[in-house]
Ligand binder design. Structure first.
Ligand SMILES: [Zn+2]
Length: 310
């Protein structure tokens, strides 16, 4: 995480010789998902990749927006409301989506970025409405067997919910689950996430801990890359989708509300390190603007947003 402080750009060309996590696949291409009537599934192409936004759940946060972002000014809130009007409920309610992204790669293999709130009985369902990811995957014609990568941006309960069943069986039998090593290391031995998520994935040999920036799939000019984006948690990561000059960043929780898009210095009360989180956010947004990358966020109420807010 210290590397972020010294780098001009948060992401760069993946270092020559960086190991690929997976070879490129050769499976027939599947159909495009399109958009579902409720807007729970929306897809956008990024070069040869098809990025499918899957809204697992939507709910009201259990605390108000002013409690969670105490430093935001009234002007910040007004700009945020223009950027994401759906996030503003009655009074000071914060309405948010809980979204995952499936990236369909040339050949048809799928990388899933984050795994939602999960079913009733999952840790996330203690404070957010249980999710519907299996139905969304079926509607998008995504077979769990075709998911060969599950990238968890971080190990919070609203991002890993469908990774394993409530009785500890990995949902995606052919996937490697990719998490930053520092993210796993930060979990205390007594963390419920260890027993719920980490131990089952270790038992089946599906946990893949990575260090820093790693090419996940694809090759030069058309690839998926994990990039460390610390702050929300110590081992938080995002996924850069690079499709021959078209770019998208699947941000995870680098920004959790549009107020952090329009005012990147505004901290979120539950960030592990607010100073590092703000620095990461500024760098990521600056890079995204410079490189005309679309942002794909977990919690804004629009799946794909432009980074070019003043
Ligand atoms: Zn989250």
């Amino acid at each position: 995480m210290t590397g972020v402080h010294r780098r001009t750009f948060l992401w760069g060309a993946v270092a020559a010789g960086a190991g690929a996590l997976l070879p490129s696949a050769a499976v027939p291409a599947a159909a495009h998902a399109g958009a579902s009537p409720g807007g729970a599934i929306t897809s956008k192409s990024v070069g040869a990749f098809d990025v499918v936004a899957l809204r697992d759940s939507a709910d009201t946060f259990p605390a108000t927006r002013t409690e969670m972002f105490p430093d935001a000014t009234e002007a910040d809130w007004q700009r945020a409301r223009r950027a994401d009007p759906g996030a503003f409920g009655p009074d000071l309610a914060w309405k948010l989506d809980f979204r995952c992204y499936a990236v369909r790669r040339p050949g048809g293999r799928i990388a899933l970025v984050d795994a939602g709130v999960g079913p009733a009985g999952s840790p996330g369902s203690a404070w957010a409405a249980p999710g519907v990811l299996p139905e969304l995957l079926a509607a998008a014609r995504i077979d769990v067997a075709d998911v060969d990568l599950v990238v968890l941006t971080h190990v919070h309960e609203d991002h890993m919910g469908w990774s394993v069943s409530t009785d500890g069986v990995p949902t995606f039998p052919n996937a490697r689950y990719v998490v930053q090593r520092t993210e796993v290391a930060r979990l205390a031995a007594t963390s419920p996430m260890r027993d719920y998520l980490i131990v089952p994935l270790q038992r089946t040999g599906q946990l893949r801990e990575i260090d820093g920036e790693v090419r996940l799939a694809g090759a030069r000019g058309s690839r998926l890359t994990a990039i460390p984006t610390p702050g929300h948690t110590v081992g938080h990561q995002s996924v850069l989708v690079d499709g021959h000059g078209r770019r998208m960043v699947i941000t995870g929780d680098v920004l959790v509300h549009a107020v952090q898009l329009v005012a990147p210095d505004v901290g979120y009360a539950l960030e592990a390190d607010q100073a590092v989180a703000a620095e990461t956010r500024r760098a990521l947004l600056a890079d995204a603007r410079r490189r005309r990358a679309t942002l794909a966020t977990a919690h804004l109420t629009s799946p794909f947003v432009n980074a070019r807010y003043p």
